[in-house]
Write a protein of this length. Structure first.
Length: 232
């Protein structure tokens, strides 16, 4: 039996949050979901709730990328993919293509995680950290980079009224690249744009810009902090 009732926007967001927390998204789909974390507080809260549910399973385990077959299986369990040639594409959506399927997929992912996270698994991706602080000591911002995912958190201080702090990637021999405006509250998570390669020679900088960020694509205000990436 099938149910042709479309999912509500809230149900779609819940399913997307679960997929992001489980690491099932990639490419433009993953970048779009990560970008929402800094602009949609309700979506960011849903992702955090799923991450907290999964955190207990990951303690003491070494994370690795699941094989393509395993990722396909999890996506099938979540109701966001079909087994190749297994269904008629003209059929209506099944009941499990929604939040109930997400819950079932969660338990499937947990079982697969215990199989995949073995002592023989390859080492995790290189991680980097940058700790930015002003000379006056009135602001502190931390950037954490794991693979190509970067999380930037404001630890203390805030920009003046009508101003924003913009994050820049600095690499030797290249023009500074804007990574966006740091939110006044909470963290900012993003996928590192293609062409930017993490290394100890790269640096993260913060500049004081008009509200909304630099109008020119280049830093127009004073640079308030710069820090090198260091190994975690």
């Amino acid at each position: 039996m099938t149910d042709d009732t479309p999912l509500t926007a809230q149900q779609e967001d819940e399913a997307l949050a679960a997929e992001l927390a489980l690491g099932l998204l990639d490419g433009p789909e993953a970048e779009a979901a990560v970008a929402r974390l800094s602009t949609d507080p309700e979506f960011a809260a849903a992702v955090r709730e799923w991450q907290e549910r999964l955190a207990g399973l990951a303690e003491g385990l070494t994370p690795v990328m699941a094989p393509a077959r395993a990722r396909q299986y999890i996506r099938e369990r979540l109701g966001h993919a079909d087994a190749p040639l297994a269904t008629d594409p003209t059929e209506g959506a099944s009941w499990w293509r929604g939040p109930i399927g997400v819950i079932a997929g969660f338990f499937a992912a947990a079982a697969i995680a215990f199989v995949l996270f073995s002592p023989d698994a390859p080492p995790p991706q290189q991680g980097y950290r940058a700790e930015l602080a002003s000379d006056a000591g009135d602001m502190a911002v931390e950037a954490i980079l794991r693979g190509r995912e970067m999380r930037i958190a404001m630890q203390s201080g805030s920009p003046a009224e009508g101003r924003d702090w913009e994050v820049w990637w600095l690499a030797e021999g290249s023009e500074p690249v804007s990574l966006g405006v740091l939110p006044r509250e909470g963290d900012m998570t993003m996928m590192l744009p293609e062409g930017l390669e993490p290394s100890q020679s790269a640096r993260i900088a913060l500049s004081d810009e008009p509200e909304g960020g630099s109008p020119t694509g280049q830093a127009t205000g004073p640079v308030i902090a710069v820090a090198n990436l260091t190994d975690m």
